[in-house]
Write a protein that binds this ligand. Structure first.
Ligand SMILES: NC(=O)c1ccc[n+]([C@@H]2O[C@H](COP(=O)([O-])OP(=O)(O)OC[C@H]3O[C@@H](n4cnc5c(N)ncnc54)[C@H](OP(=O)(O)O)[C@@H]3O)[C@@H](O)[C@H]2O)c1
Length: 263
């Protein structure tokens, strides 16, 4: 487990689930964290726990759907970390569990806004800061939804696929610098994400045998900071599923169609 002493880490979506676990784990390893989300009470509770091991950690309450406020948010985050962001973890995200024939354009644009446009805006706002110092790590959190063609989540998967391709481009373009882009792909994780949410169909029943805890996912994600490899999955199961899909996407999709529709 890597020591994060001296690192200043921004974590979005830290009021619950994976982001909460990340903030606490990073603070326990010596990082100073700046955590972001909308629910001030929940964020304050997470911050209090982070400050037990990392007293200078801070929080910023922000709605990442307000894309035009993100440049200001980035300046606030830099200031709150005494002028230096070492790591940006774009973790905040929302589900969109709706079949395509039930979906509205607002559904599609809403999920794109949080899951794609907001991490891109925050990356664009903090990248010059990292390039000026020729140092930094940007971790974008995707989903196995992209790698499985899961049923009834096409707009969600598309928003994460957009983030994946953006991150690929960044990884390649930053080759000559000491700023690194990482893609992190969680599988099913126990969190509020898979609970009833307005504007979403009921969550899929999850199999405890294949559901990770947020703490396990946080540990896998932080390990990705130690590697030059582009993509890290929660574990070997997710990596193998993705490899199987990539090896023969036609066979994979035909099988998914059979499983979900009988056709
Ligand atoms: N759980 C899974 O099975 C799973 C699987 C694959 C990928 N993921 C991805 O993992 C990431 C974390 O999800 P999770 O499982 O930890 O879910 P979660 O417990 O629901 O956490 C989502 C976080 O995002 C924040 N957020 C949502 N909308 C926001 C907004 N408009 N502005 C600011 N913050 C916002 C939430 O905070 P507020 O509500 O306080 O704003 C919360 O802190 C997401 O990107 C998700 O797509 C999850």
């Amino acid at each position: 487990m890597s020591d994060l002493t001296g690192k200043n880490i921004v974590i979005t979506g830290a009021s619950s689930g994976i982001g909460e676990a990340l903030a606490i784990e990073a603070a326990n390893r010596g990082a100073r964290v700046a955590i972001v989300a909308r629910r001030a009470d929940r964020l304050a509770d997470v911050l209090e726990r982070c400050q037990q091991s990392s007293p200078e950690s801070t929080m910023v309450v922000a709605d990442l759907a307000d894309l035009d406020a993100i440049d200001g948010l980035a300046s606030q985050l830099i200031a709150s970390l005494d002028g230096r962001v070492d790591v940006l973890i774009n973790n905040a995200g929302v589900p969109k569990r709706k079949r395509t024939d039930q979906m509205t354009s607002e559904d599609v644009e809403g999920v794109m806004s949080i899951n794609y446009f907001s991490p891109v805006r925050l990356t664009l706002a903090l990248l010059p800061h990292m390039l000026d110092r020729d140092s930094g790590d940007i971790v974008n959190v995707s989903s196995m939804g992209v790698h499985m063609a899961a049923f009834g989540v096409s707009a969600y998967s598309a928003s994460k696929a957009a983030l994946e391709f953006f991150t690929e481009g960044l990884y390649v373009e930053l080759g000559k610098t000491n700023v690194r882009a990482h893609l992190f792909v969680p599988g099913t994780t126990a969190s509020e994400f898979s609970t009833d949410k307005p504007g979403n169909n009921a969550p899929f029943p999850s199999d405890p045998a294949t559901t990770a805890t947020s703490e396990e996912v946080a540990i896998s994600l932080l390990a990705s900071l130690d590697t030059e490899t582009f993509v890290t999955y929660t574990g070997e199961r997710e990596a193998q599923t993705s490899a199987k899909r990539n090896a023969d996407v036609n066979a994979w999709l035909a099988n998914m169609r059979q499983v979900f529709t009988g056709m």
